[in-house]
Design a protein around this ligand. Structure first.
Ligand code: SF4
Length: 329
């Protein structure tokens, strides 16, 4: 019996002579909800007990971007600077990193005793030109994977358009690999993986709790209050070479210093970025039936080759709007 239907707005359970603490008859839906909740809780407690007794293992896994912070974290862990050891690291390859990042990764593999697994969803560069058809309208559109700036017909500029690359090409492949290697169980709701992420103090806002019940995010550089500069210093003090920045060579989140660096230090990838920017615009103009704006990689909404760069901050990428903290670290 549901008691609520007998109570008018002016009445309380006490006023009609019922004990508010006492449970009356449960509906079938309430009963099944209670049973479900009890089973979930029981499973969770069993899982936690297995971990506590050592029967099941807790894994420590590094999300490796192969940039400054995650490289520093990888090496600090290798030298035993934290209370736990890394079991393995995972690097998600968009296939669009500058060559120096791949070279750096090869070197890093020789410096650590744990395995570094490389995973990829595919070639982000080519996938960005894939033409799709809208299921409802039948309109054609270009796969909107990477962040882009746009200029509307009335001349108004837009902020970087929403994109899926971080989640699809970084976050998801890494989590899939972790799940497979740590044998996460179906609907597991107890934590058996600590994912180490190399976010530093100057990017505090990118810190997030994991929404997955089997995974806890850990930010060891934040525990030490280490900034990006501290990471550079630590690497230098320990005799390691400078780490490159890790990001797709055409990423919209490059600041001007980064674009200038690419143009002056890596002419091959600069040339590729200029060509990519042009091809992207042509593809959206030709194949995106609903797109009313011109798209650009640079926030000035000019072709890369025509931008008058104004480098200001020499050592920081514009990753404030990043969604999951997996790019650029
Ligand atoms: S570096 Fe930029 S383009 Fe590459 S996956 Fe991350 S956000 Fe996307």
């Amino acid at each position: 019996m549901n008691n609520d239907k007998y109570i008018g707005e002016a009445w309380t359970l006490e006023e009609i002579g019922l004990d508010p603490e006492e449970r009356y008859e449960l509906t079938p839906q309430e009963k099944s909800k209670k049973t479900r909740e009890a089973n979930v809780q029981k499973k969770k407690e069993e899982g936690e007990a297995r971990i506590a007794s050592g029967e099941d293992k807790t894994y420590n896994v590094l999300s490796l971007g192969a940039g400054v912070q995650s490289t520093c974290l990888a090496l600090m862990a290798e030298l035993g600077e934290f209370d736990a050891k890394i079991d393995f690291a995972v690097f998600a390859d968009t296939q669009a990193e500058p060559q120096q990042v791949y070279d750096h990764l090869n070197w890093l593999e020789t410096q650590v005793s744990y395995p570094i697994y490389r995973v990829t969803k595919g070639n982000l560069t080519e996938d960005s030109f894939e033409v799709k058809t809208h299921m409802k309208t039948g309109n054609k559109y270009v796969n909107n994977l990477i962040p882009m700036h746009g200029i509307l017909p009335d001349g108004k500029k837009t902020a970087a358009l929403l994109r899926k690359c971080t989640f699809d090409y970084k976050v998801t492949p890494i989590l899939r690999e972790i799940k497979e290697r740590t044998e996460i169980k179906w609907r597991q709701n107890w934590i058996s993986v600590n994912q180490w992420i190399g976010i530093s103090q100057d990017e505090l806002q990118r810190q997030k709790d994991s929404p997955r019940k089997w995974l806890a995010n850990r930010y060891p550089l934040l525990e030490r209050k280490m900034t990006r500069q501290h990471c550079h210093d630590w690497m230098e003090e320990h005799g390691y070479p400078k780490s490159p920045r890790s990001a797709c060579y055409y990423c919209t989140f490059h600041n001007d210093a980064e674009w200038v660096n690419l143009r002056d230090q890596d002419p091959v990838h600069w040339g590729k970025a200029v060509a990519f920017d042009k091809r992207l615009r042509e593809a959206h103009r030709r194949d995106n039936e609903n797109m009313k704006m011109e798209v650009f990689l640079h926030r000035s909404c000019k072709p890369l080759s025509e931008v008058d760069f104004k480098p200001k901050d020499k050592d920081q990428m514009d990753f404030e709007s990043e969604c999951e903290g997996m790019c650029g670290i």
